[in-house]
Design a protein around this ligand. Structure first.
Ligand code: FCB
Length: 442
């Protein structure tokens, strides 16, 4: 049998994803910057500092992406730059993001803009952050401002990134700001983020009715959902089964359900449940953004509730390399019957050793998901370049481009994966030779 290329639908978008705090550098007015000053908060005492100097180098970075045949790009606006004090919008920061969006257009990259990617202005954090309902109102006003200001320049808005990860890391595990360990508060924060999404969805549509990409419709609005597989470590051990069920429910299903029905129903054992109806949340997704990285085995007992499958191949961060999970997650979100964008997917691999193969395998699974009827419209690889990986500092290297953080000018170096990805994007297909280069036969 002759090998045939796996083709993607016409108009499928290829790109990479970043977030402001992780790449820009100099974001000193947000809560992460302050958190990084706490001894022991970040691996090896790393700080975001100048990060990748992307705030200055964006044009050159977009040129790299365009030369690699990317046709879209995901970035986030840094709220603390645009609104450094309540209701005061910074003219220079706003002008900067206009330039960024214009540069993307010049390079033929369709922008997907995230409005909340984990960081908060210090003034928000100091007023109680996402524990406070007031933050929901503030965020919706910020979204409204952005829609008015940048409407017509953005094709896809993403309101919030991974509300479940944001809430659990910051308020349950306490490893991200504000460093709290209280499951009840984690549920409350998650509910506030969901409410903020629903209300921002309406505000964005009210203010941004312009057609940025000439497809005859206004921008699409959605959120980015992190969707790991969560399986009991021991299927024969009821406590593992129960815990995995609860986690799946609160972490995965409840979030998607809320954005469809408008009903927020969050509960985990040992914490007060949160139930709230938010009319604006009902049918508040024009597309679902899927962030997929790995699967976890869930354990009820012991200090570490999530472990990698025994014997599995792992990334540099100890996450199982499981490309089939991308297909499973796509099929799962595909059940909502909405367009899907893979808003993040990638591997921490400083040597770019296993990424080429894992990337191609994952994209074969993405093609399978499309064959199985999921309406996938695009794929954004995490990330364009190595960057500040939150509490893991500079340890998790996800970039298609390597960044040398020991040099003040932060040079970029192209990986083999970037070349393979460029071939796939240019052909809008995985050709047999490309698969072979990654060690796979079609
Ligand atoms: C996701 C985050 C992103 C990045 C990747 C590795 O959860 O959205 O910022 O850190 O993980």
């Amino acid at each position: 049998m002759t090998a045939v290329p796996r083709r993607f639908p016409d108009g499928f978008r290829w790109g990479a994803a970043t977030s402001a705090h992780q790449v820009e550098g100099g974001n000193h007015a947000n809560d992460w910057w302050r958190f990084e000053e706490r001894p022991g908060a970040i691996r090896d005492g790393a700080r975001s500092g100048d990060a990748c100097l992307h705030y200055q180098r964006f044009e050159r970075d977009f040129a790299l992406a365009a030369a690699d045949a990317h046709t879209a790009h995901r970035l986030s606006f840094e709220w603390s730059r645009i609104e450094p004090a309540p209701g005061r919008f910074d003219v220079a920061a706003v002008a900067h993001y206009h330039e960024v969006l214009a540069a993307l257009r010049r390079h033929g990259l369709q922008p997907l803009v995230t409005l909340h990617h984990f960081t908060n202005p210090l003034w928000i954090a100091d007023r109680g952050g996402w524990e406070s309902r007031d933050t929901v109102d503030r965020f919706v006003e910020f979204a409204r401002f952005c829609a008015r200001e940048f409407g017509g320049e953005v094709d896809w808005w993403c309101t919030v990134n991974e509300p479940e990860v944001f809430a659990f890391r910051g308020w349950s595990e306490g490893v991200w700001p504000p460093g709290t360990r209280d499951d009840g508060l984690a549920l409350r924060v998650m509910a506030h983020q969901l409410e903020a999404h629903g209300r921002a969805y309406r505000a964005l549509h009210e203010e941004d009715t312009r057609d940025a990409d000439g497809d005859g419709r206004a921008a699409m609005v959605g959120f980015a959902k992190h969707l790991p597989q969560l399986e009991p470590e021991r299927a024969w051990f009821p406590p593992d089964v129960v815990r995995a069920w609860f986690e799946n429910r609160v972490f995965n299903d409840a979030v998607l359900e809320a954005a469809v029905t408008g009903e927020i129903r969050l509960s985990i054992p040992g914490a007060p449940a949160v139930r709230r109806r938010v009319p604006e949340l009902e049918r508040s997704l024009d597309y679902v953004g899927l962030n997929y990285y790995t699967r976890w085995k869930v354990r009820a007992l012991g200090p570490e509730p999530h472990v990698a499958r025994r014997g599995a191949a792992l990334t540099d961060l100890g996450w199982e390399i499981y490309p089939g999970g991308l297909e499973e997650s796509l099929v799962r979100v595909g059940r909502l019957g909405l367009p899907v964008l893979v808003t993040e997917h990638g591997f921490a691999d400083a040597r770019d050793a296993f990424r080429p193969r894992a990337l191609v395998e994952s994209l074969l699974h993405l093609a399978r998901a499309i064959e199985r009827g999921v309406d996938v419209r695009g794929y954004f690889h995490w990330s364009l370049m190595d960057n500040f990986e939150w509490a893991d500092g500079y340890h998790g290297r996800f970039g298609l481009y390597r960044v040398d953080f020991t040099r003040p000018d932060r040079p970029r170096e192209r990986t083999r994966s970037a070349g393979i990805y460029a071939r796939i994007a240019a052909a809008n297909a995985i050709e047999p030779e490309v698969a072979a280069r990654a060690g796979l036969a079609l």
